[in-house]
Design a protein around this ligand. Structure first.
Ligand code: 3EB
Length: 340
């Protein structure tokens, strides 16, 4: 089976682009593989390779793999239901939560397992989280929207770990086509992290009560300074970004305006004007964004979304378009990426 592959190298190496899994695995050590494919399976370690399959594609032609590579030697394991791989500097941890009618408790427990693992292994600097929720806008058995149910468990886990709002990493919370909730996190041992907010958006952890019993806890971006093994610095992990100003969704029902505002939000977030608050100067524009994922609620909108994105991203950027639901019923698109 040929599957497009998006290779994301951690800061200690460089991107190698889209190749087949077997080829990438041969050119470097692999911390883990996330398959954006046609079914969700429990994350697993097979022959020393951590693999997570997400149900994010409708057919195999749309499937791609995200491969996290490293220059270090990788060790793997399992801890209270989450699986992990680490190389002495970076930790990848992945888990899955089965649907049971409500997600709060199992989300809290799975997050606690992952956070406990980071503490125990000494990877205390978590810089990115991805969460994939089947039926994200549906109601749980108690009539609470599944996204809000998830947010509750996540907030409780952070609270148990005294994980302050300013310390939470950038994240994605997005729909998937099946498999309950699946997640993966990246953490570092020695990278200094800066949580970056967008001066034109309210911090998600301050969203008012109208969006659910507990707010979503994530940073708009995480800036990663160099590690002990890599003096280069300046990676920025941009969280899922949507058509939101302040805390409000703008442009309900207007896909083009939502794409424009989502892109404008990222452009401002990574600009020197916004980063001045953090004493970061990089001269970034959207042309520096790579390893981009564009989540589109309605498949029929994908051609228009692609056209608009191609006008503003680098022609060399790796971009994947996925057809899934978005965490607010009125959001039609969400965009994330990495500045390397
Ligand atoms: C937003 O800005 C849009 O719950 O982890 C974006 C990124 C969004 C992450 C999450 C949600 C999350 O509120 C939604």
């Amino acid at each position: 089976m040929t599957q497009a592959q998006q290779t994301v190298n951690l800061p200690s190496s460089v991107f190698t682009g889209l190749t087949e899994v077997s080829h990438a695995a041969a050119t470097g050590n692999v911390l883990g593989v996330v398959n954006y494919t046609t079914e969700c399976t429990d994350p697993r370690v097979e022959n020393g390779l951590l693999t997570l399959d997400l149900h994010m594609a409708s057919d195999l032609g749309e499937a791609f793999a995200e491969v996290w590579t490293t220059t270090g030697t990788v060790e793997t394991g399992e801890h209270h239901g989450v699986v992990y791989a680490h190389d002495g500097e970076y930790l990848l941890v992945a888990g899955r939560i089965a649907p049971t009618g409500r997600y709060t408790e199992d989300t809290r427990a799975a997050y606690v397992a992952a956070l406990d693992l980071m503490d125990g292994l000494g990877y205390k600097n978590c810089f990115r989280m991805w969460n994939f929720l089947n039926d994200i806008n549906g109601d749980n058995a108690e009539g609470l929207e599944i996204y809000r149910d998830f947010c509750k468990g996540r907030a409780e886990a952070f609270e148990l770990f005294h994980f302050g709002d300013k310390e939470v990493p950038s994240a994605t919370g997005i729909g998937s086509q099946g498999g309950g909730i699946a997640f993966y996190f990246l953490a570092s041992r020695s990278a200094a992290l800066t949580s970056v907010e967008n001066s034109k958006q309210m911090a998600a952890y301050h969203y008012p009560r109208q969006y659910g019993p507990r707010p979503p806890k994530f940073a708009r971006a995480t800036y990663l300074a160099g590690t002990h093994t890599d003096r280069r610095s300046g990676q920025i992990y941009v969280a899922g970004t949507a058509s939101i100003r302040g805390h409000e969704t703008l442009h309900d029902g207007d896909i083009e305006a939502q794409v424009r505002l989502s892109l404008d939000n990222i452009e401002h977030l990574i600009s020197d004007e916004n980063l001045a608050d953090y004493e970061i100067t990089q001269g970034n524009s959207l042309l520096n964004l790579d390893n981009i994922k564009v989540y589109v609620r309605h498949r029929s909108d994908i051609p228009a979304v692609r056209r608009m994105c191609e006008e503003r991203f680098s022609p060399n950027a790796r971009v994947q378009y996925l057809n899934v639901d978005v965490c607010r019923a009125d959001l039609l698109v969400e965009i994330e990426g990495i500045i390397a």
